[in-house]
Design a protein around this ligand. Structure first.
Ligand code: ATP
Length: 253
């Protein structure tokens, strides 16, 4: 387990600076939230970490591995998984099949190897199945395993999306608005799962979330972005009394 370190990252779209000189550190085994008003650059930053965007300047490291120019599948192989704001699930497939498919993307053998090394392929397959079953159990999805994803409530679909990321057994989990659109009960469940993922799976969690109550409750540290720039960083108590943050973000709530 290593810290994930963002150094001086700048990202531009045409003339627009979505991120400007952003520096952040995510300590192993902690929950760190990134907050900021709409358009502040939060999702752009997650896209830089997960390899969908590449910064124009600056660097991103996970331990001694450089993520800056890595592709999404390479980032996933380094142990960094992401649960998406807009669900990345196949709505016509069951929960179980979605999770098995996500896990298969981690397969370490190709088709020829699969034919030649039947033993190895079978072993890997059994291991995939075990991991997926363990994630179903952990995320309390047992009652829904055979249900088609599209028929489930939005809150359960969000839970399946987090489970999808967990099948990759990540050391770092990026969560993009996991509580958006949820009712209070669903939010409470998701908060409990996020805290369990941190404690029981010892994962580093990077959370982008608009619900400030949740963020203040569960974060070890918070980084605040506004117009692509960092305007504050610290514990929830420190951030809550930072005048720049109050003006730019909390004051507008
Ligand atoms: N692919 C893109 N092309 C052009 N501009 C983009 C692109 N992605 C993001 N932007 C712009 O970059 C800025 C930051 O957007 P981003 O989505 O990262 O903000 P955010 O903090 O996640 O916002 P929200 O809270 O609304 O999700 C915005 O001005 C946005 O319009």
């Amino acid at each position: 387990m290593h810290p994930l370190i963002i150094s001086d990252v700048t990202l531009t779209f045409g003339g627009l600076k979505a991120l400007s000189g952003v520096a952040m550190r995510f300590e192993p085994g902690t929950i760190t939230s990134i907050i900021g008003p709409n358009g502040a650059g939060k999702t752009s930053l997650l896209n830089c970490i997960s390899g969908f965007y590449h910064p124009d300047q600056g660097d991103i490291h996970y331990g001694d591995q450089r993520l800056t120019d890595a592709a999404p599948h390479q980032v996933a192989k380094m142990g960094i998984a992401r649960a998406f704001q807009n669900l990345e699930l196949f709505r016509g497939m069951t929960v179980l099949d979605n999770l098995l498919l996500a896990r298969h993307s981690k397969l370490k053998y190709n088709l020829l190897q699969a034919v030649v090394f039947i033993g190895k392929a079978a072993r890997v397959e059994a291991e995939n199945r075990r991991t997926v079953e363990e994630v179903i159990d952990f995320m309390e999805l047992e009652p829904y395993r055979k249900n088609t994803v599209g028929t489930l409530s939005y809150g359960i679909q969000k839970r399946v999306e987090v489970a999808r990321a967990l099948t990759m057994e990540p050391q770092v989990l990026l969560l993009d608005e996991p509580m958006a659109g949820m009712n209070i009960e669903e939010k409470e469940d998701m908060v409990r799962f996020v805290m369990d993922i941190q404690k029981e799976r010892n994962a580093t969690i990077i959370l982008v979330e608009h619900d400030l109550g949740v963020v203040m409750d569960i974060s070890d540290r918070i980084h605040v972005l506004d117009f692509g720039e960092m305007i504050g960083s610290g514990t929830p108590a420190e951030v809550a009394r930072n005048p720049k943050v109050i003006e730019a973000y909390i004051g507008k709530e």
